[in-house]
Design a protein around this ligand. Structure first.
Ligand SMILES: Cc1cc2nc3c(=O)[nH]c(=O)nc-3n(C[C@H](O)[C@H](O)[C@H](O)COP(=O)(O)OP(=O)(O)OC[C@H]3O[C@@H](n4cnc5c(N)ncnc54)[C@H](O)[C@@H]3O)c2cc1C
Length: 448
């Protein structure tokens, strides 16, 4: 291990300054560790569109960054009190529920990211831009940058996103995405474009969130900045082999003619808005199987966020779960002590796995309930609103730090025994043990 004494603060390297990396920096800094973030990009742009940040994450961020950080993050979010779940063709409201049941606050990813970056820098954590990590030595542990410089630490945290290089090291092989059988077209543009059309102007009069559900398809529409910006996401089941070919990218341009074909018969208000769309992205929703481990064989390189538990958009929890993971990893490192990083990282993955699987599978369950609901109407049955509502609310009451402290003793004792025996049980699949009990079986960790 790269430590010299147990008294100096633990030295942590975080790879990636996305929302997950920043959350990890804040959580570790709150434990007074020596933290540096390495980011390969020269600058960040305002990329992506809407992202949910739930109270489960916000309460942690307030603890680390104070009330101002909490207020700044909440102010970014859509302020509509409720969202409407509507019938595809008529637009009739089938269910209405408080927005806080959905994603908590829905805001622009880039706006949240900017606030996360500022909070990280304000906390005194250096974010070294244009520093790409190209190699690892897991035994030291160390990272090597593209200019050849090698840097050692006590622990290396791979918050390097869906195409993570750290994951390859941890798994020992390249983990390929596979098609989920679903795809999204998504667009984000000024609300003024929609305001100009009386057919759809009502959607941007004030902040709104609407969802239209159809057979094997749904559209989510929301405004941001009180109607100044407009976002829609069309999810559909893919029917052709060719469509399922995977390009995992946030930048692939979509074909609007194809979009128009997919929205035939949809409520004319949202059709009018979509028809005014200047351009859209084509975003294949990929699956990645749950990983058997989030930690390298040396136990000192550990994954966090999309690198190990990416989510479907219908989970609305990708950033929030990354924040929870940050909280738990920091607590484990604190409780284990600098001289015992392996105990910390192995306890962290066991504490986190079942929770992230629950939140991932919530997204799959919701998509399936939406995509099948209208089949009941066709069969002459009314839809029970409860069957199409989002069920994320129970996720929000959770306090990841309190839970980690409460379960630390039991789980770390099991881990200590496994480390002594030199036999770490996998998180998933044959040989997995108690920490993963209650987790939905089958494959399908979603990657968003
Ligand atoms: C461009 C983009 C757009 C997105 N848009 C949405 C959206 O609209 N809605 C939504 O719900 N989610 C979106 N997401 C996903 C969402 O941001 C994540 O689920 C969540 O924030 C947790 O991400 P993360 O920090 O684990 O990974 P990421 O946000 O992917 O961050 C990983 C970071 O690591 C850096 N990195 C990667 N490799 C290296 C390396 N070798 N060396 C140094 N740095 C490295 C990357 O440049 C990146 O900044 C988007 C992600 C991206 C990347």
């Amino acid at each position: 291990m790269g430590s010299s004494s147990d008294e100096a603060p633990l030295k942590a390297i975080i790879i990636g300054a996305g929302l997950g990396g920043c959350a990890a920096a804040l959580a570790l800094k709150a434990q007074h560790f020596d933290v540096t973030v390495y980011e390969r990009l020269k600058t960040f742009r305002r990329l992506g569109d809407s992202l949910g940040l739930g109270e489960n994450a916000l309460k942690l961020l307030r603890r680390w960054g104070g009330q101002q950080l909490y207020d700044d993050l909440c102010a970014i979010g859509n302020q509509a009190p409720d969202m409407q779940i509507r019938e595809w063709g008529s637009g009739r409201v089938l269910a209405q529920q408080p927005l806080m049941d959905m994603a908590g606050y829905i805001g622009h990813r880039g706006d949240y990211h900017e606030v996360f970056l500022k909070a990280t820098r304000d906390a005194g954590v250096p974010i070294l831009m244009d520093h790409e990590v190209v190699a690892f030595d897991e035994s030291k542990p160390s990272i090597t940058l593209s200019d050849g410089l090698e840097i050692e630490a006590d622990v290396v945290i791979g918050a390097d996103g869906i195409k993570s290089r750290a994951r390859e090291l941890v798994l020992g092989f390249k983990d390929h995405p596979r098609s989920s059988g679903y795809s999204c077209f998504r667009a984000y543009f000024p609300g003024s474009i929609v305001k100009g059309d009386p057919k759809c102007a009502e959607l941007v009069e004030k902040d709104s969130v609407n969802i239209w559900i159809g057979d094997d398809t749904h559209v989510i529409q929301n405004t941001l900045r009180n109607g100044e910006e407009f976002n829609w996401i069309l999810t559909r089941k893919l029917s052709h082999e060719k469509d399922m070919e995977i390009t995992e990218s946030w930048f692939q341009e979509g074909d609007l003619d194809e979009v128009f074909r997919c929205i035939e018969g949809l409520d004319e208000r949202i059709v009018a808005a979509i028809k005014r769309t200047p351009s859209c992205l084509d975003w294949k929703i990929c699956y990645r199987d749950p990983l058997p481990t989030w930690v390298s064989r040396s136990h000192m390189i550990v994954l966090l966020g999309d690198s190990c538990h990416a989510h479907l958009p219908t989970s609305a929890q990708g950033a929030s779960q990354a924040t929870e993971s940050a909280a738990v990893l920091a607590i484990c490192l604190k409780l284990a002590g600098r001289a015992n990083v392996p105990l910390a990282t192995r306890t962290y993955e066991k504490l986190r796995f079942a929770r992230t699987r629950q939140s991932q599978t919530n997204g799959e369950d919701l998509r399936d309930r939406w995509h099948n609901a209208l089949k009941n109407v066709k069969a002459g049955r009314e839809i029970d609103p409860e069957t199409i509502k989002m069920r994320n609310r129970p996720l929000y009451a959770f306090d990841a730090e309190a839970d980690a402290m409460q379960r630390w003793h039991a789980v770390s004792s099991q881990v200590a025994e496994e480390l002594r025996e030199g036999q770490i049980t996998p998180l998933f699949g044959a040989g997995s043990r108690s920490a993963t009990e209650g987790v939905a079986s089958g494959v399908g960790a979603a990657s968003a």
